[in-house]
Design a protein. Sequence first.
Length: 411
Amino acid sequence: MAATPAPLQTPPKPTWDPRDPVRPLLRPTIRIRLTLLYGGMFLIAGILLLSIIYLFTTQALSLSASELPFKIVKGDVLPTTSWCDLPEAGTGDQFNQAVTACMKHQRDLALDDLLRRSLFALLGLSIIAFAFGYAMAGRVLSPLGRITRTARQVAGSDLARRIELDGPDDELKELADTFDEMLERLERAFTAQQRFVANASHELRTPLAINRTLLEVHLSDPGAPVELQQLGKTLLATNERSEQLVEGLLLLARSDNQVVERKPVDLAEVASRAIDQVHGEAEAKGVEIRGERGPAVVQGNGVLLERIALNLVQNAVRYNLPEGGWVEVTTETQHGQAVLVVSNTGPVVPAYEIDNLFEPFRRLRQERTGSDKGVGLGLSIARSVARAHGGRIIAEPRDGGGLVMRVTLPI
């Protein structure tokens, strides 16, 4: 029996958000670490060198001051400093001992002054060493900064960008060349995907539009038999469902990428327009739509953001209670983010089924066919559009039944 493979260990998450433009000043970058490493090594070497010089100087002065190179026999000796205490009268030995004490004290003062000046010099050189190390680390790591800037531009769907790093054939140039090759392959893949989506859009929409026109023409004939009219209405509903499926799939394919063209969009206005489109269906089902919508302006695509609100409100209305249900739609700004919340009454949703709701063609206790509540792409499209705008969508079961859908987008 084959052994069960060990689960993969999840790498630790950084303490700062890489997408956050306001990052910590002293985050653990390679440049900071190299600066601390080189500067710390210089500081340790300077301290060791200063200690050795100080010990050698102390030893040399101690040997030279252990015995005076002269001997006082007679004469007058006058002190020139206040700390040198010489006797006014006495023998030559007494004067020699006093002079020796004065010389030792002077040696101590000289060593203290040497140590103080050396420490100031070491401090100044350490500052210069750290600054020089920071500048050199930045110069060495400049190719990585270029790679990072290019990666950020590529993240905005600018796949035509290339690093094209010049310089010696070292590890950084090898990394840049590998990244350029990857970008070239990604550009070809995305170009092929866009071309496929465009071709599929034309090839799928055209026959469905022709079928709808033919069915509407036959249904407009007043002399058509009742059975034929009933069959035509059924086929027209099926055709309409197919059109919705195609539109949903194409929108899902387009919304997986980052939004390039961004304009100021107020989520309150987007939510109000979505409510206006669902108002008739809500009245027919007896569902009350309420909630306060405050201004929450984001940078994005208004059509795609309206699709998020429309899909959420439609689901909230359709998956609701038979009688006395309500849907609450609110918009506001919290902690530098725009928030759209859609909550509704409805059947109890188990917590383990929440993640499945965002998968394509998945609906809560509904079959893929035979339902008039959609094609099962609404939440998938909403999640893709939210991700394309740098945001996210979270679903939580509501106490008493129903869901609370929370969409957060960066301002």
